[in-house]
Design a protein around this ligand. Structure first.
Ligand code: ADP
Length: 305
């Protein structure tokens, strides 16, 4: 019966400190200076060293899946490459890796070289690392649990030969799960995060949690993007809002972070991403592409000043 139960104060997850910081669920809440030692130990140190030459490391996050996080990552990567930046994308969405298809490298496989994993390079020169580029990925489903997932994150970040890259975009796992926390913990020098939502309050409410996680982890939120924000009807020419409008802007205002813009629904975007075609080059006049290029300019301004 509503209102008759006792409220849950906290779940019993306080096991006491055993200095196992890498695996601690209170890592971002902990104020002990000891925790910084994880970056001096083995693989975490290697991650830090490996990514140190990369100028800008930017996570693309969302609350819910299916809101266009990977599409925004791929579009930002293409836009940055189009503007002359050297770009890498690491796909941390292990269970639903879409980046290889969207960037037109599906079917290729990553190889191992002397300096670790060799990313697959797209036609636009974007270096791609993804579980979708493991041999026979299409015929398998990844059923890794905790430690293995953490290992894979560390491998992708610490044992990959990124070479000369200006921007490393990280397509984050959806939501604020332990996978997401793993990535944030491995990347203490993340330059910032872009948060993608669709206009509905359901998506907005969950995207807010991604922003709260960024705050906890000390990651600056660079901007909120409202994707699937209306479309122009091909028959009557009027703008239609199947998922309402304004949720992204409301979220940005509530959380006091910049609002970067609205990407409308555009069937050509979905189709290009399916086919791994360079949407930005093919349809430069599309309002979706124009917004994406504004997002790219915003990102470059935030990073390069
Ligand atoms: P997520 O990474 O959040 O799970 P995706 O980027 O994979 O979401 O997008 C889900 C699907 O929606 C993909 O097929 C993608 O091409 C399509 N899509 C995303 N944004 C748009 C848009 N603005 N217009 C048309 N299709 C879109």
């Amino acid at each position: 019966m509503a209102g008759s139960g006792r409220s849950i104060e906290a779940l019993n997850v306080n096991y006491g400190c055993r200095l196992e910081c890498e695996a601690c669920e209170k890592y971002f809440d902990c104020e002990s200076p000891e925790k910084e030692n994880i970056y001096e130990r083995g693989r975490m140190r290697r991650v830090r060293q490996n990514l140190a030459p990369i100028k800008y490391k930017v996570a693309v996050m969302s609350g819910k899946g299916g809101v266009g996080k990977s599409s925004v990552t791929a579009a930002l990567a293409m836009g940055l490459a189009q503007r002359g930046a050297k770009v890498g994308v690491v796909d941390q969405d292990f269970d639903g890796p879409c980046i290889p298809r969207m960037l037109g490298v599906l079917g290729d496989t990553m190889q191992a070289g002397d300096k670790g994993i060799i990313p697959v390079v797209s036609k636009q020169g974007i270096k791609v690392v993804s579980t979708g580029l493991l041999p026979e990925e299409n015929d398998t489903v990844i059923t890794w649990l905790h430690a293995l997932r953490r290992n894979a994150t560390e491998e992708f970040l610490g044992h990959t030969d990124y070479g000369d890259v200006d921007y490393l975009l990280i397509d984050m796992p959806p939501g604020t799960s332990s996978d997401c926390v793993n990535v944030l913990q491995c990347l203490p020098d993340l330059s910032g995060a872009v948060v993608v939502t669709v206009p509905t309050q359901v998506s907005q409410g969950v995207a807010k949690k991604a922003i709260l996680l960024c705050r906890k982890a000390g990651v600056p939120v660079l901007g909120v993007v409202e994707n699937m924000s209306g479309y122009v009807c091909l028959h009557c020419g009027r703008e239609v809002q199947p998922l309402l409008s304004g949720g992204g802007e409301a979220l940005a205002a509530e959380m006091g972070v910049p609002f970067w813009g609205r990407i409308p629904i555009d069937a050509r975007l979905g189709e290009s991403m399916d086919r791994g075609q360079p949407f930005l080059e093919l349809f430069p006049d599309s309002p979706a592409v124009q917004t994406v290029m504004r997002l790219v300019a915003n990102l470059q301004a935030a990073m390069e000043g």
